[in-house]
Design a protein around this ligand. Structure first.
Ligand code: CA
Length: 433
């Protein structure tokens, strides 16, 4: 009986809409209450169109947060009419209570604004309409200072790792000090420039390796992404550094950024070759710091999370370390032993197969997106897995999210194999919980 009544109420609402009539507030109360019953997991209703918006980041206003029943709905509607004409609701089965709110919508690429508004309005969630998911907002915000060191321009997991860092920045869970591109070629640094601009952080400095490995294998050739043009010849993506501009030498940027930070405050997430890290460690005093590279790292770096290593039963070379073996051996030799390296070996990311068709579907909320562009125009089905984001997530979220191995020492062989030996005084490596 209830279902039929509900259908009737909604039916009346939609025929009123088709006749261009505005529902009375009393009719609206019936509709919204009925929707609360029909969509107990949550709904958002646009009072202008009488439809649920297909996209948007939805946050409730604090003023209407104690609206639990039919009687409270007129005040919610009044507030919504005066603001964005959006009403949201859900049913809390445990408490047997409805929650109705006047809601504000943000564009789906405005997570920072949505999260800030949610926290101001004491809301614990942001609802993502296109994905039908909630993002928690009552986490601890912190000043975690991160430098990302990536080999942008080959596998696409570097793109996702960087994207995650912007999102963590939006949520004020970290501060991305700079991005090091350890793979040579200006185009690879220009890709980071595109992403910086796309995600609203055009001033994050970029360092580019100029004396790394000459011609490493490229799995997916998305280096043309920064220069993509529309049919009328206009650049598609915004950049801060133009075609004739240049990026800072990467080990120099490392030295500059580290020198500017408080002692023991910097977390490095290394998801590519250790070319630039190795050159940093071999560097001497300069205009940024009187310290040697090793001393600068010892003074300023708190820890490093590194995507790399193969620690299973089979002894086989690690791709990142082997591809730049001379740099890698130097890195292992010079890295200060008292600063933790948390390895995120291939085994951790191996099960994370983010299929190209799923990536494109997940980005259906926008036509123009650098990662979507890459997946639309290039073959990204190369067997790559989401290895790199693991090291970044571990760096920002902390070790509690993962299961760490006992501490030990890792030795790198000239063939690129990583040999782990347990020792309570050594370094940990990550395995997934
Ligand atoms: Ca990488």
């Amino acid at each position: 009986m209830k279902k039929i009544l509900l259908a009737l109420v909604l039916c009346t609402a939609f025929s009123a809409l088709q006749a261009q009539e505005r529902l009375t507030d009393k009719e609206l109360v019936n509709v919204i209450y009925a929707m609360g019953q029909m969509y107990p997991d949550g709904f958002t209703l646009d009072l202008n169109t009488m439809r649920q918006p297909a996209e948007g980041l939805m946050v409730s206003y604090k003023e209407t947060q104690n609206s639990f029943d039919r009687k409270s709905l007129p005040a919610v509607i009044k507030h919504a009419r005066a603001h964005e004409n959006l009403v949201g609701g859900w049913y809390d089965a445990e408490e047997d209570k409805y929650y109705f709110d006047s809601t504000r919508a943000f564009p789906e690429d405005s997570l920072a604004a949505a999260v800030a508004f949610a926290r101001e309005n004491e809301q614990h969630t942001v609802y993502v309409a296109s994905k039908d998911i909630n993002i928690w907002t009552n986490y601890e915000q912190k000043d975690l200072r991160v430098i990302l060191d990536c080999d942008m321009g080959s596998s696409t997991d570097d793109l996702f790792a960087l994207m995650m860092l912007y999102r963590y920045m939006d949520m004020k869970r970290c501060n991305l000090l700079g991005v090091i591109v350890d793979r040579m070629g200006k185009a690879n640094a220009d890709i980071v420039d595109v992403l910086n601009n796309f995600y609203g952080y055009p001033d994050i400095p970029i360092g580019l390796e100029t004396q790394g490995i000459p011609d490493p294998h490229v799995f997916i050739t998305y280096h043309n992404l920064p220069y993509a043009r529309s049919t009328d010849g206009e650049p598609i993506f915004k950049r801060s550094v133009g075609d004739n501009g240049s990026h800072m030498e990467s080990y120099k940027l490392y030295r500059k950024l580290l020198a500017e930070q408080p002692d023991k405050s910097v977390t490095i997430a290394s998801i590519g070759f250790v070319t630039s890290l190795s050159r940093l460690l071999q560097s001497g005093p300069d205009e940024y710091s009187p310290l040697s590279g090793v001393e600068l790292v010892r003074r300023k770096v708190k820890e490093i999370y590194a995507m790399g290593g193969v620690f299973g039963d089979a002894v086989e070379p690690d791709y990142n370390f082997k591809a730049a073996i001379d740099f890698s051996l130097k890195f292992f030799e010079l890295w200060p032993k008292e600063i933790d390296i948390v390895f995120s070996p291939g085994e951790v990311g191996d099960p994370l197969d983010y299929r190209p068709e799923t990536v494109i579907a997940d980005m259906d909320w926008t036509d123009l997106h650098p990662i979507k562009w890459t997946y639309q125009f290039l073959n990204c089905d190369t067997g790559q897995k989401m290895w790199d984001p693991q090291a970044v997530i571990n760096a920002v979220e902390g070790d509690a999210l993962y299961k760490l191995s006992p501490r030990g020492w890792v030795t790198l062989t000239p063939n690129g194999e990583t040999i782990f030996k347990e020792d309570p005084k050594g370094l940990p490596w990550t395995s997934i919980r």
